[in-house]
Design a binder for this molecule. Structure first.
Ligand code: GAR
Length: 199
């Protein structure tokens, strides 16, 4: 069983979807830790209800990004975490974490990358007036929403869609696609499979 940590900054609905998938046997993993950089995030309440430990920090309490990332790495190592699952963690992963968990950090993003990276990808798609958008799951590198793509699912934008109505459908896709894709990665031995398929 894969030991994972989920990183979130907001509502944590993807965190919840992962936890629920584990409960019903769709995902063979154990969420050992929630890492959260926003002390008021609803994701923390969800972790409490699920009796999952959280490491909550305020970046302002640290002198540098390297400092708080070092602390995160030590919390992860203490629990022998194998994979880091970013689920709405709105912060770039720096070299301190990347070095320790190379090719074992996965992110979900609400667009068909490389289109609309960064914040408010759903609003960006609506503003651009495109007909389709979607969800991307990818390995994390030092860039913003870059790194090798693992899975994508397209979604049609309807004429009457607003950022709010589109977000509901995007989330439905995310909650289904993320646990399923994680299980595929874990089944295939994750890192090794990815390295193979990249050649
Ligand atoms: C999700 O839609 C996720 O794809 C997005 O944040 C949302 C978090 O929702 N992530 C990014 O935009 C990363 N650049 P949640 O807190 O309800 O899971």
């Amino acid at each position: 069983m894969m030991k994972i940590a989920v990183f979130a900054s907001g509502s944590g609905s993807n965190f919840q979807a992962i936890v629920d998938s584990i409960k019903v046997g769709l995902l063979d993993a154990e969420v050992k830790l929630l890492v959260c950089d926003k002390p008021n995030a609803y994701a923390i309440e969800r972790a409490k209800k699920e009796e999952i430990e959280s490491f909550v920090f305020n970046p302002k309490d640290f002198q540098s990004k390297e400092d708080f990332e070092r602390k995160i790495v030590s919390e992860l190592q203490k629990r022998e975490i194998q994979y880091l699952i970013l689920a709405g963690y709105m912060r770039l992963i720096g070299p301190t974490i990347l070095r320790e968990f190379e090719k074992r950090i996965i992110n979900i993003h609400p667009s068909l990358l490389p289109k609309f990276p960064g914040k408010d990808a759903i609003g960006q798609a609506i503003a651009a007036g495109v007909n389709t958008t979607g969800v991307t799951i990818h390995f994390v590198d030092e860039g913003m929403d870059t790194g090798p793509i693992i899975a994508q699912e397209e979604l049609i934008i309807m004429e009457h869609d607003t950022a709010e109505t589109l977000a509901v459908r995007i989330h439905e896709v995310e909650h289904r696609l993320y646990p399923k894709t994680l299980q595929t990665i874990f089944n295939n031995g994750g890192v090794r499979h990815h390295e193979k398929s990249a050649h």
